[in-house]
Design a protein around this ligand. Structure first.
Ligand SMILES: Nc1nc2c(ncn2[C@@H]2O[C@H](COP(=O)(O)OP(=O)(O)OP(=O)(O)O)[C@@H](O)[C@H]2O)c(=O)[nH]1
Ligand SMILES: [Mg+2]
Length: 275
């Protein structure tokens, strides 16, 4: 049960490349957490979203419509996304005021598909500052298909590290839609996430010397500074890995739901025992 509180709940921003599964995760996590009596509030920050299946406390489409911005300012979809983000950021304080005092355990924010737009524009930094309220983290989603090749996997590690660096928030990486990978592929990708030297060998085979050395050296450096290394499989479809998201949030912000001292780890343990 959520505690009545005048402060806003901690915030998880769901970030990842286009189609990585951000909106599905937001929906699945809210639904899944309900059964644990963890009150997950959501926000849709993507003005281009066609459909929103979660139940947002705030939907950016109520403020700006991407198609209207395109028409009114004669812009293409990317230009319109940028302008829409600026228009929304200009009202960030009003939005935060509207959300103030909401009682909930955690707020999950679905972000636009253009990860570079979210990570690099000042508008997003402003939104994070205002909505995050010094209690925020990032759930970063790896695309499963891109993760199947060593270079695709490394590119996503680098991108995630850049997002972490740019936003300055604790970041945890998840391998999205893991149900789409066969067992061998999943095992291989998880091993790359755990052992840099195995990834290095795979990358040498695929990309050759100079590119590999460049990428691996970058990764080594970045990983030295990573707060939460590793990669966790996630499937919104099968509700897999959702407990890991809750554990991550609990580790940062304290226990949530009925069991305020780490319900998620109990669930995972129970599940492992059953399997
Ligand atoms: N099999 C499977 N499909 C998934 C899963 N999560 C999402 N999908 C599918 O992947 C596609 C993209 O999912 P979205 O949740 O819309 O991804 P997104 O990151 O919000 O996409 P954009 O907002 O357009 O960047 C949809 O067809 C989803 O049904 C999953 O866990 N398993
Ligand atoms: Mg989406």
């Amino acid at each position: 049960m959520a505690v009545q509180d005048t402060t806003s709940p901690p915030v998880l921003f769901v970030v990842g490349t286009a189609g990585a599964g951000k909106s599905s995760l937001t929906t699945a996590f809210q639904r899944w957490a309900r059964f644990l009596e963890v009150d997950v509030l959501t926000i849709n920050l993507d003005p281009g979203a066609e459909r929103v299946h979660h139940d947002p406390e705030f939907d950016v489409r109520d403020l700006v419509s991407l198609s209207e911005v395109m028409d009114e300012y004669d812009l293409g979809p990317n230009g319109a996304q940028i302008l829409a983000a600026d228009l929304v950021a200009a009202q960030a304080h009003d939005i935060a005021e509207e959300l103030e005092g909401l009682s909930g355990d955690v707020m999950v924010i679905d972000t636009p598909g253009q990860v570079e737009l979210f990570a690099f524009r000042e508008a997003s930094s402003h939104m994070i500052e205002v909505l995050g309220n010094d209690q925020a983290a990032v759930i970063y989603l790896f695309d499963p298909m891109l993760s199947r090749s060593p270079s695709g996997f490394v590119s996503q590690m680098l991108l995630s590290s850049i997002v972490e660096f740019r936003l300055g928030l604790p970041t945890k990486n998840f391998l999205s839609k893991c149900d789409l990978l066969d067992e061998g592929e999943l095992e291989k990708i998880m091993e790359w996430g755990e052992r840099l030297e195995i990834l290095e060998m795979a990358l040498y085979d695929e990309a050759g010397g100079q590119r590999t050395e460049f990428a691996i050296n970058q990764l080594r450096l970045l990983q030295n500074f990573a707060q939460t290394p590793g990669l966790t499989p996630l499937s919104s479809e099968l509700e897999e890995g959702l407990a890991d998201i809750l554990s991550f949030a609990e580790a940062l912000f304290g226990g949530m739901g009925d069991s305020r001292d780490g319900f998620a780890s109990d669930i995972e343990h129970e599940r492992d025992t059953i399997e």
